[in-house]
Design a binder for this molecule. Structure first.
Ligand code: ADP
Length: 258
């Protein structure tokens, strides 16, 4: 028996996902990096007692990577199912992380799985596979409110129900830090205060701001004995920017708060 992944429910997202699963509706998790999307899916897969298959999508991810390919084995050519086909056949939850990054043929390949047909066409085999009762598609997407992130076409988006993820309110985020790392409550509160202070400094024009993940990392370093300020510098400040003046300003600010 694997351990239950720790996930702090923020609103009613667990109910929504469960109902989406029951009704065979794909689910899109929207939100910035490090906001708990992957952890949420791990938790839900565990809750529903289903296997989770994750694909981290990037610009080279093609439908072949997902569906499968022929490989040469000795004197034979054998077909190997890709992760999508495996999930469709076995009834697993397939989580496509950062789905907008994948090549367009990936989105085409999943279309027939996201509507009433629930089937996958494997052109290289000339075979159409009907999805297992329990197959569910989940995907994550980082909304394109800043440059550099790809958009998702409305025709794709509208095949999913969508849940928004953000950074939890301070009380909950503090609790997450404590539960996740064993951090001292006072340290956790201070880290969350630093996170929120930096999140509010919109004038810095950071591409992405302090995520829960960065705060968790800082809490882990402190908990394992690294000095507090150094931990915040390396886990929170440095990952955010490379601009020397911004780094300096953020370090000064953080030093005052921890
Ligand atoms: P994303 O998939 O959105 O990039 P993750 O799910 O990897 O983010 O979350 C990053 C980290 O933040 C997790 O490893 C976990 O430590 C923490 N985290 C964020 N939100 C939660 C939450 N609601 N419950 C528990 N841990 C959380």
């Amino acid at each position: 028996m694997t351990a239950i992944p720790y996930y702090h429910r923020i609103h009613k997202e667990t109910d929504v996902f469960e109902h989406a699963f029951r009704n065979k509706i794909p689910c899109l998790l929207k939100g910035p990096t490090g906001s708990g999307k992957s952890r949420f899916v791990e938790f839900m897969a565990h809750q529903l007692g289903k296997k989770l298959i994750t694909i981290s999508c990037h610009e080279e991810t093609s439908s072949t990577d997902l569906i499968g390919r022929f490989i040469i084995k000795g004197a034979e050519t054998v077909w190997i199912d890709g992760p999508l086909t495996t999930a469709v056949r076995e009834g697993a939850i397939l989580y496509m992380d950062e789905v907008a990054e994948a090549r367009p043929d990936v989105l085409v390949a999943i279309h027939s799985l996201t509507d009433h047909r629930r089937e996958l066409f494997i052109d290289k085999l000339g075979e159409t596979v009907s999805a297992h009762e329990d197959f569910m598609l989940a995907a994550s997407f980082n909304p394109g409110y800043q440059r550099g992130f790809k958009e998702l076409k409305p025709s794709t988006r509208q095949r999913f129900i969508a849940l928004s993820f953000g950074y939890p309110e301070p009380k909950i985020e503090t609790e997450i830090l404590i539960k996740e790392t064993g951090a001292d409550p006072d340290v956790a509160r201070k880290l969350v205060a630093i996170g929120n202070k930096i999140r509010n400094l919109t004038e810095l024009g950071l591409a992405e701001t302090v995520s829960t993940r960065l705060l968790v990392d800082a809490a882990k370093l402190i908990h394992s004995g690294l000095p507090r300020r150094l931990s915040v510098h390396v886990a929170v400040v440095e990952p955010l920017t490379d601009a020397p003046t911004t780094i300096e300003a953020l370090r000064d600010l953080a030093d005052l708060m921890i």
